[in-house]
Design a protein around this ligand. Sequence first.
Ligand code: ZN
Length: 357
Amino acid sequence: LGCIVMLMRKHRGLFLKQPRLLVLEEVPTPTPTREAVLIKVLSAGICHSDIHRWKGEMPCPEGFEAGAGTHEVVGKVEERGEMVPEYIKEGQKVLVYFLRNYREEDKYTRRGLAHHAKTPIFIGGMQEYVLVPTYHCLISIENLRDIHAAPPLACAALTSYGAVKKLKSYVEPDDYVAIIGLGGLGSYAVQWLRILFPYVNLIGIDVKDEALNFAAKFAKIDVLINAAKEDPAKIINEVTRNDGVKAFIDFVGSTGTINTYIKMLSHLGIYVVVGTMGKEVILPVLHTLIAKEFCLQGSFMGSIQDQYEIVEFARRGLLNYSDVVTRRLKFDPVEVNRAYQDLDEGRVLGRQVVIFE
Ligand SMILES: [Zn+2]
């Protein structure tokens, strides 16, 4: 009888049924086998990329329907497959790396680069239980103080960390680094900049005063530019004495931002594109790319190694991840759909999380 009850167990999730509509539904709860682990979700974060799928602008891959691709999840280990090692214990609190799991090991996943996995599996995390196909993607967060605010560590903090780390062999003391787009990711990025490269001058660029002021709560930003009110080129020329910015991190990544700001890069500079708003980049080859030896660098998430480092910075109190989370919502269809709409309409500063337990 116990076995029959096991097979019939169900849990609730918010699934995308039509554009702009997440519906509460019961689905069968899977049983983990081999390397898989069943996680009881404690809280899940809402990310901007979920909004594009929620609105129907971007396809929602199979398996991603819960929350239209919710990929920021913390939870408790509920049940383990038979190949999961002892150090992953039942009841242990874990952060799920990106929910970008994979079907098969390959040369990338063996190096912790699961974000480059050749056989990715998509799992939407806006549900009470998620099956994580491989335990390699779980990071213990037992000693984090604010577990409910931790989900964005799996995307917002990771994506910004991956981008900032790319500046490593480029920036030197007293160089200027500029961050474009200070919303959710930018609030982590300014902190990573101060942690990893405390000796640079930081320029923050956004088109909203609220976003500039919000990010400035988390780190010292030397120059704040509201690009809707001021001319960024003029200010950057003044403060850098016409030398330009050594590194840009572009969280907007529109054709407009890339084409505008790449011209303000100094010699030997790096332009990191994270945001996905743009379609293409057109850049003068001889006078910029070659003569100035620019590096145009894309950045996508971060590695499992990066994820461990982030949790460690959070645990040591060096990263303020609690206050970037500005809204803690209930696992309720009306509240969650409204949160997606608010984010889409630009009414959210920082990040939103949904609390399950
Ligand atoms: Zn995300």
